[in-house]
Design a protein around this ligand. Structure first.
Ligand SMILES: Cc1cc2nc3c(=O)[nH]c(=O)nc-3n(C[C@H](O)[C@H](O)[C@H](O)COP(=O)(O)OP(=O)(O)OC[C@H]3O[C@@H](n4cnc5c(N)ncnc54)[C@H](O)[C@@H]3O)c2cc1C
Length: 474
């Protein structure tokens, strides 16, 4: 029987394990061991229940347009548990001079597709509005080299758009800076649209029309919800995958120190124990992969170690019915850097996913940290709460005492795809190919969101099974 080691029990490693488990159950002669350093599986996917509220410590949902996480949920019997965000209440604010300004209708990930709401918005200066109108006539442009998101957005819409939209949006999703992140790695669609259409606005509208046509829907048919999640929270997905795995194959509280190829096999060392495998899937953050693969190939380890990560902190605050009534409608707000705040964003969870807080509760989730504020990790929970409460007071005049609070710290958990990331991935892939039986999965490579991580785990396992002659796409 062939044996595969999986290092890391976040959603990437669990997806890899599930793919191998499916093969095993269909009769293939294959087994696996999943090594996880912490006592629980799921990595950053953690759901808590507090005082009638469902509190997400890490991801709270995933993008509906990326199908891999929902596909896995359906496979593991959670199809009827998938829920969409309450898009009827979708409204996001940008904080400007301590006030909330609604993001104009028609903005599709910072690209304006409707003229009037943008023209009437007090968010942008006249100069930016002129730039937006002119963008419609932007000629097709194929950049010779990779560039930052900030550079591309500035070329199309000017610097105010970078400050008010690109930066806060990327801080929210990547915990990163638009002046560092690679357009080709983070927003490949933008690079593609610019080279084919020129104007991002026109390209975005065209793409939407084509997608609707494909779905056979009329132009007025309701769009799919932007975000998908699970009735009982993201942890439900973790629990359902784990329940389908071989319990004897799950080694929690086991920190892997090294993964070394030896005589057509791989030796995985954890503590004083080591074990031999035919193949190994390293599904940890890239900086951990770099560490454990040091003795396998130092060039590969160096490239992996160059993929930067940022840290983040999420803070949940529960309030009573009175506060719920007093809070603005909508999904929450983003805070541009120019506001000089430590909070990056806040979600009004009771609006985004209503059943996550009972009718008499308001649930807020605030984000801090990111590439520009790693120091937040050194602050105590009390200090972090004091910062969050002071900023909520100043931004949305929320002074009430919360009924409960929770603070979650995630150190070096968010991969940052800097300019040149795709070239680095190519170098990593060619080094990996020299090490048969090794596959990599996780958020350090081709997407940081939950769906991308699921896909990375499934692909890593499929690649290894194919090398073993056990894979055939069903
Ligand atoms: C606060 C936060 C909010 C997010 N929000 C969203 C969101 O709303 N939507 C979305 O799509 N994505 C979101 N993301 C991103 C997404 O959740 C993650 O990219 C994804 O869950 C990462 O999964 P993973 O398995 O690759 O890594 P992880 O979840 O980090 O798992 C890696 C695992 O490896 C283990 N490990 C590390 N070192 C070792 C070792 N030496 N030996 C054994 N095990 C080891 C760790 O303990 C961990 O369990 C968010 C991320 C964070 C941190």
């Amino acid at each position: 029987m062939k044996r595969i080691a999986i290092i890391g029990g976040g959603i990437s490693g669990l997806s890899a394990a599930h793919t191998i488990e499916e093969k095993r159950q269909s009769g293939a002669e294959v087994g696996y061991v999943l090594f996880e350093s912490s006592p629980r599986l799921g990595g950053v996917m953690v759901t808590d229940r507090v005082d009638g509220c469902l509190v997400e410590a890490g991801p709270d949902s995933f993008l509906t347009e990326k199908p891999w996480a929902a596909d896995l949920c359906r496979k593991i019997g959670l199809g009827d548990q998938l829920i969409g965000s309450n898009d009827a209440k979708r409204k996001t604010y940008i904080v400007k001079k301590n006030k909330l300004h609604v993001m104009p209708d028609g903005l599709m990930f910072m690209v304006p597709t409707k003229i009037m709401p943008t023209v009437l918005s007090p968010l942008f200066s006249l100069r930016t509005k002129f730039r937006m109108a002119g963008e419609w006539f932007h000629p097709p442009h194929k950049a010779e080299e990779d560039e930052t998101v900030a550079e591309m957005v500035e070329r199309h819409y000017g610097s105010e758009m970078v400050e008010l939209l690109a930066d806060p949006l990327l801080s929210g999703v990547y915990g990163g800076e638009s002046s560092d992140l690679s357009v080709r790695a983070v927003l490949p669609r933008f690079a593609d649209m610019e080279s084919k259409h020129g104007s991002l606005g026109r390209a975005m509208l065209d793409a939407r029309k084509t997608a609707r046509k494909k779905m056979g829907a009329s132009a007025n048919a309701p769009a799919r919800p932007l975000f998908t999640s699970l009735q009982e929270g993201m942890q439900q997905m973790v629990d359902a995958v784990v329940a389908r795995l071989d319990a004897n194959a799950l080694k929690t509280s086991t920190l892997v120190q090294s993964v070394v190829p030896q005589d057509n096999a791989w030796t995985v060392s954890a503590g004083y124990q080591s074990d031999q495998f035919d193949a190994v899937i390293v599904a940890t953050p890239a900086h951990v992969a770099s560490f454990v693969l040091q003795a396998a190939d130092e060039n590969l380890a160096r490239e992996l170690g160059e993929i930067q990560y940022s840290s983040s902190v999420t803070v949940a605050l529960g309030y009573d019915e009175k506060v719920r009534r007093s809070l603005p409608p909508g999904f929450g707000f983003l805070v541009p850097r120019s506001e000089g705040r430590r909070m990056l964003a806040a979600t009004f969870v009771h609006n985004k996913f209503p059943h996550r807080a009972s009718e008499d509760r308001a649930l807020l989730r605030c984000f801090l940290g990111g590439a520009r504020d790693e120091q937040i990790l050194d602050s105590s929970e009390e200090e972090i709460l004091a910062i969050v409460r002071a900023e909520l007071r100043q931004i949305i005049r929320l002074d009430a005492e919360p009924l409960f609070t929770r603070v979650y710290k995630w150190k070096s958990a968010m991969a940052q795809y800097f300019v040149g990331h795709l070239e680095r991935l190519q170098r990593i892939e060619s080094l990996r190919q020299r090490l048969p039986g090794l596959a990599l999965a996780g958020n350090g490579y081709k997407g940081i969101g939950v769906p991308d991580c699921v896909r990375s785990g499934v692909e890593a396992a499929s690649k290894i099974l194919a090398e073993m002659g056990m894979w055939s796409a069903a």
